[in-house]
Design a protein around this ligand. Structure first.
Ligand SMILES: [Zn+2]
Length: 392
């Protein structure tokens, strides 16, 4: 269907095409789909939607970024144009409010094309098939429990040009972990921060490159086979350590377990509490040897690059009588986080050259998408293309 603008640059109301947004869709993704329905370049559609007696300001272009941010007047104009009530648009499009810090609500409608607020994925094709058009997929921000569609058993990847997802039939432990993740999100108020801390703990073990360890190696081989990438390109993906991350998150957020650790630290000392924590963590991730192995490693080996004692750091906070309750327990110190950028993780996990390995991973759509790093404030969102898939 094709529509043209009238002489004033406004889109005639009777020409409206109902293309509803998908829940959690990138505003830029929806506007691109709307523009396709009108047969217009998306920037022309945006100018038509925002046309107003006041000066209209649009920063950047759809070629420079995937997401579009709007000020209050522009949001109202979009609601009026689409016929979708503003509160409903706010519910469906996560970046619509609040107004981006680099825009103002003072001087007419404003829009800006910037990088997405956080990792995005292509929506599950069977769930959103009717909204898809060739070369124009639906891009969404994953929900609080990550990028998995339980109904269709898929891990959703990030590619702005085509639908990409991983079938999880061969990885039932990932689906089971996602069910536990959903439960965690329902039960624990700061589940995203808990998962980010757990991911950093598991990362501190991953960088040790456990030789003879079979679980991660088998999972990596399956991921490489499904995506057609090399194992070295696949090993840095979030899926590899996802089940362990969720199991550790469930453990450290368990109040009764925390109480047991505090009692052990009081009666037998911090090292005894640490050994207990590692024993339980090892059992929870199917590595019952973890506590003894790590204790021996501390005595006999040099630390690997990126290795640290995050669990000990967390335990000190948990058992300290001076530790205030609340978020401080889940803050991961700088330098102990799981690296957000795919290329950075590759450099810790393999001796292979980073650039060709990263290219291999990028060709398999592995470098973008969901990461267990907790919420990123807009101002701190890294501006790196590979974090957000194959965006320009
Ligand atoms: Zn689905």
């Amino acid at each position: 269907m094709s529509r043209t603008m009238d002489m004033s640059g406004s889109l005639p109301a009777r020409a409206r095409v109902r293309v509803p947004p998908v829940a959690r869709e990138l505003s830029g993704s929806w506007l691109r789909r709307l523009a396709l329905a009108y047969g217009l370049p998306v920037q022309d559609l945006l100018r038509g939607v925002l046309s107003s007696p006041h000066p209209v300001k649009i920063t950047g272009t759809p070629h420079s970024a995937l997401e579009v941010y709007l000020n209050a007047l522009a949001r109202k104009a979009l609601a009026d144009f689409s016929g979708i009530p503003l509160p409903m648009l706010h519910r469906l499009l996560p970046v619509l409010t609040p107004t981006h810090p680099r825009l103002t609500d003072d001087h007419g409608p404003q829009a800006a094309w910037y990088s997405p607020a956080r990792g995005w994925v292509t929506a599950c094709p069977p769930c959103t098939g009717r909204a898809w058009t060739a070369g124009r997929p639906v891009l969404v921000y994953p929900g609080p429990a990550g990028p998995i569609c339980q109904r269709h058993q898929r891990w959703l990847l990030a590619d702005e040009h085509k639908p990409v997802s991983l079938p999880l039939r061969a990885l039932p432990e990932v689906l089971a972990a996602h069910r536990r993740h959903l439960s965690l999100v329902r039960r624990v108020p700061q589940a995203d921060r808990v998962v980010a801390l757990a991911a950093a703990v598991v990362w501190s073990w991953q960088v040790q490159r456990w030789t003879g360890e079979s679980i991660w190696r088998q999972r990596t081989a399956i991921l490489a086979k499904v995506t057609g990438s090399s194992a070295t390109a696949a090993m840095a993906h979030a899926l590899i350590a996802y089940p362990e991350t969720i199991n550790v998150a469930a453990l450290i957020s368990n109040p009764r377990w925390q109480q047991r650790l505090c009692e052990t630290a009081t009666t037998r000392g911090l090292q005894a509490a640490l050994h207990l924590a590692l024993e339980d963590a090892g059992r929870s991730i199917g590595r019952s040897w973890l506590a003894d192995w790590l204790t021996a490693r501390v005595r006999t080996q040099r630390r690997a690059s990126g290795e640290h004692d995050l669990l000990l750091w967390w335990l000190r906070r948990l058992t300290s009588p001076h530790c205030p309750p609340g978020t401080v327990l889940w803050d991961v110190p700088a330098g102990m986080t799981r690296p957000v950028v795919y290329g950075d993780r590759i450099s810790f996990l393999t001796e292979s050259p980073v650039r060709p390995t990263l290219e291999d991973a990028r060709a398999a759509s592995l470098t973008g998408g969901w990461e267990p790093c907790g919420p990123l404030p807009l101002a701190e969102t890294p501006r790196v293309p590979w974090l957000y898939g194959s965006s320009p």
